[in-house]
Design a binder for this molecule. Sequence first.
Ligand SMILES: Nc1ncnc2c1ncn2[C@@H]1O[C@H](COP(=O)(O)OP(=O)(O)OP(=O)(O)O)[C@@H](O)[C@H]1O
Length: 628
Amino acid sequence: MVQEKGTISIHTENIFPIIKKFLYSDHEIFLRELVSNAVDATQKMRRLAALGKYNAELGDTTIQVSVDEAAKTITISDRGIGMTAEEVKKYINQIAFSGATEFMEQFKEARDANEIIGRFGLGFYSAFMVADKVEIQTLSYQEGAEPARWVCDGSTEFELTEGSRTERGTDIVLYLNTDNEEFLDRSRLQQILDKYAKFMPVPIQFGTRNSTEEDGTDEEGEPKYKTVEVPNIINNTNPIWTKAPTELSDEDYLNFYRELYPLSDDPLFWIHLNVDYPFNLTGVLYFPKLKNDFEVQRNKIKLFSRQVFITDEVKDIVPEFLMLLHGVIDSPDIPLNVSRSFLQADSNVKKINSYITRKVADKLLELFRKDRKAFEEKWNDIGLFVKYGALSDDKFWEKGKDFVLLNNTKSEYYTLDEYNAKVKDFQTDKDGRLVYLYTNDAERQDSYIQAANKRDYDVLLMNSPIDTHFTQHLESKLEKTSFKRVDADILDKLIVKENAQQHQLSDDEKSKVKDIFQKAIANEHMQVEVEALSDAELPVTITMEEWMRRMKDMARLGGGGMQFYGSLPDSYKVAVNGNHKLISRILSAPEEEGTRLARQAFDLALLSQGMLKGADLTAFVERSVNLI
Ligand SMILES: Nc1ncnc2c1ncn2[C@@H]1O[C@H](COP(=O)(O)OP(=O)(O)OP(=O)(O)O)[C@@H](O)[C@H]1O
């Protein structure tokens, strides 16, 4: 047997202090690395057996993770292919180092452990982040192989001697250093295994757990139970994304979702991803029911590489607008261990990104066509994705424009084409422009909506935060169409028709009415205009110009360069209906009485918009009491 002491072949200085110090923040991934090495070795073994290259018993290939608090060790044992002493020298001692110098240069630039570990095949050496000493006991599957033992105390010196393993496979024993004794805690280890190994493809046992089992019946014939100790298998080796969609029922998808996100409501629907060319990708993406605050729902997609959990930061791989989705993506083709900027430029990542976008669009179109009603019911939740997608991705918009829905204040849903057909006869102005009226608060703007409906105008409901941007997007895509909020002006001005109402007031009277109102209102941010409306309309209407309001909305949403508008005081237009009979009464009344009536009419308009507050409200109530 080889009895050997030697120096690990990295010709620059000692690598371990670097690993220990530099990789400090990600200590826990040592377990991911060692367990996935054990998984790899086991899978290689199974493959050899399947190919008939190994004819002895495979035995139980469950990987064992165990902890010995007294000895302060963690052991990872597998029944994989094992290593001969020669292989230990080749694979472990040489640290997969094609270029140690290159490593020494590049480690300075790397930002996290993943980067170094992956790029230089240092998985095994991540053990030294937490251990002072690491021991390998291994026996190769090859006939006549002898067991080997390798020990290294974190210096560049190692010892390779005869080992004690009698069964094929490998034990990796970590002697934890004092700084990392937290990893002796069983619940901490369980948590790390849950995070990284929950779906690894080979069973992994971490000690035992108690389970209740039926144990005959008692005297009354009731079933009895007993507690038994069972192996604590921490993983599900066949998660649904590794199966074909045809093998799976809705219940399977829902159960998997509940397993991933135990406290969430059931998802709306899901998409099973499965491609093998030009890249490999499998996964299941779920559309969640949205909570109000969609920010907190981010980072819910888990990224795996061959069933090994990598990260839940999938930015760059999943299109931004789909970050609200939940689920898993598994791809060996995503370069997991390189820097962010590289990831963005990687052509596979780009392809994956557009593949996912296309699949999501196809799925939505399919749902829309298959069951329009169900689609409409889900629109509240889906709409946000679709609008976000339409805004951020032209390819998505190309498909999305066929199933994007507009809903109106009567809870009716229309596609863009349908809506165009519905309103075109009534809402085209004298210049041939189509005006889509909308409200963002149907309750507050009720009087405007009713007035619009009276004229057979339709009012869309646009009340999600994204609608400010989405209406602008539609204006840029739809031909000769503009959106106007129903309270942005009086209706005659929102949709200007040829046959406008005629003024019944003379110019003199108009300016007198204007003065009376201006004085009664006494507020520089309220601009009075006297308009000619039908006498069936309200005497006073308060509006905020569409353009100004949009600028303010944008400023509120944090749009770039819009802060200026946000800081402007609100400025309103007060449209006085010169044709209303109240106005002739005001004109003919004594001055004081006229002012009082004007103020009352103005307050009523404020009231209908929920804008009448404080001292003004009190004064209004008093005045009203006096009037009756
Ligand atoms: N449990 C094990 N059983 C058999 N061989 C092993 C085991 N652990 C490590 N090895 C061998 O040592 C090599 C080096 O392992 P290491 O984790 O450093 O790199 P890697 O697994 O090749 O790459 P990476 O972990 O970065 O993906 C492996 O390729 C494998 O040949």
